[in-house]
Design a protein around this ligand. Structure first.
Ligand code: NAD
Ligand code: DAU
Length: 356
């Protein structure tokens, strides 16, 4: 059995579904079910004995210790986090609590559990921490992509909290010998992505006839990876990653935000044309920039490709088409997750009327 934290969120749920489709190994899924956690994401596993769900907080060390002792997993994959940069600007406290304190408590529970293991169970145990390219800070236009040895320079409360968690994981290996692995991935997209993030927000706002808010000049660059390719990268690292090492994950798909929104609008024009036959691109609206907005991220994933034989299965073109189609096919999922007073802050801060 493996233990997955945050398995009701976007990447965690895709990972659990993917894992059970390609292996037969049971998953203990621990998730606090914050606004971002959604058990509907896992509805297809209802009644599947290979999936055990427990609602709990990774910062609750006692419960983590009890669950480890009870279920005896061979690995922990830590997805649980507060993940949205705008929310971290609006209110950083939850980010410190879950991403820093939560990771610390989970590491301590894992260390106690692992210390008591013996033989093969001890030597094969793994703690895989899922992190982000944002810990490296921002790149200038012609800088090479981030490698694993790039220095950390996080710029937002979110990325600072993730950087802190990465450092804790590193230190628990160096000091206590805990068998850890860390992945740092670029921007994911795909099904089950909460519609506060760029791609799903643009799809749902476009279909609702609302403005498509583009922060600043829209020329910020992100490196996009289809979520199931991130899941396969994590499986590769869990299977064969070298203890204590970090692996960059990315799709070599650098795009400006304007490129992304234009691509989404073109697909919607093709798949669900507006009643007036005008392009959804007419809904694009430039708004105030995000404070401290990083200009460019790009990941050099050659270590993972070379050493562990990982390759993404999707190009941006195939992945974004699947994604837009998924949102068109699942309007009830969108309706059920759209809420939250935090949107009032977004509307006020980014000086936009009528936002989702
Ligand atoms: P998400 O916000 O969609 O999901 C996070 C999940 O964690 C939710 O189910 C939530 O309920 C759960 N959670 C939050 N706090 C918790 C706590 N204290 N205890 C237990 N569960 C808790 O996030 P995501 O986009 O799926 O990201 C998952 C992980 O991958 C995060 O660690 C994030 O930093 C990292 N990451 C995300 C991306 C991306 O593009 N989304 C890219 C690289 C890395
Ligand atoms: O790079 C990996 C990171 O990608 C992950 O670690 C984070 O968890 C994940 O949320 C994501 O962070 P970003 O800040 O890059 O994602 P977001 O979708 O919020 O924004 C993508 C870009 O689009 C960014 O430059 C801000 C811009 N943007 C975003 C929104 C929501 C807009 O222009 N308008 C918007 O309405």
């Amino acid at each position: 059995m493996i233990l997955v934290t945050g398995g009701a969120g976007f990447i965690g749920a895709n990972f659990v579904l993917d894992w059970l489709a390609v292996t037969n190994e049971p998953v203990l899924n621990i998730d606090k079910l914050t606004y971002a956690g959604n058990l509907q994401n896992l509805a297809s596993l209802h009644g599947d004995a290979r999936h055990i769900f427990v609602q709990a907080d990774i910062a609750d060390g006692k419960t983590m210790a009890q669950l480890l002792a009870q279920h005896q997993p061979r690995a922990i994959i830590n997805f649980a986090a507060e993940s949205h940069v705008d929310r971290s600007i609006h209110g950083p406290e939850d980010f410190i609590q879950t991403n820093v304190v939560g990771t610390f408590r989970l590491l301590e529970a894992a260390r106690a559990y692992w210390s008591d293991l013996e033989g093969a169970a001890k030597s094969s145990f793994r703690f895989l921490h899922v992190s982000t390219d944002e810990v490296f800070g921002t790149l200038a236009p012609h800088d090479p992509a981030f490698t694993e040895t790039h220095s950390y320079a996080p710029n937002s409360p979110y990325s600072a909290s993730k950087a802190a968690s990465d450092h804790l994981v590193r230190a628990w290996h160096h000091t206590y010998g805990l068998p850890v692995l860390t992945t740092n991935c670029s921007n994911n997209y795909g099904p089950l992505h909460f519609p506060e993030k760029l791609i799903p927000l643009m799809i749902v706002n476009a279909l609702a006839g609302k403005p498509l808010p583009i922060y600043g000049d829209g020329m910020q660059v992100r490196d996009w990876l289809y979520v199931r390719d991130h899941c396969s990268a994590i499986r590769h690292v869990l299977d064969a990653g070298k203890l204590g090492e970090t692996y960059n994950v990315g799709g070599w798909n650098e795009k400006t935000n304007l490129d992304i929104v234009t691509a989404v609008c073109a697909l919607l024009d093709e798949l669900r044309p507006r009643a007036d036959r005008k392009s959804y691109a007419e809904q694009m609206t430039f708004v105030t920039d995000r404070p401290g907005h990083d200009r460019r991220y790009a990941m050099d994933a050659r270590k993972l490709e070379r050493e562990l034989g990982w390759k993404p299965a999707e190009t941006f073109e195939t992945g974004i088409r699947k994604t837009v189609q998924w949102y068109l096919d699942n309007p009830q999922w969108v309706a059920s997750v759209q809420s939250g007073s935090y949107r009032d802050w977004v509307q006020k801060h980014y000086s936009l009327e009528g936002s989702a």
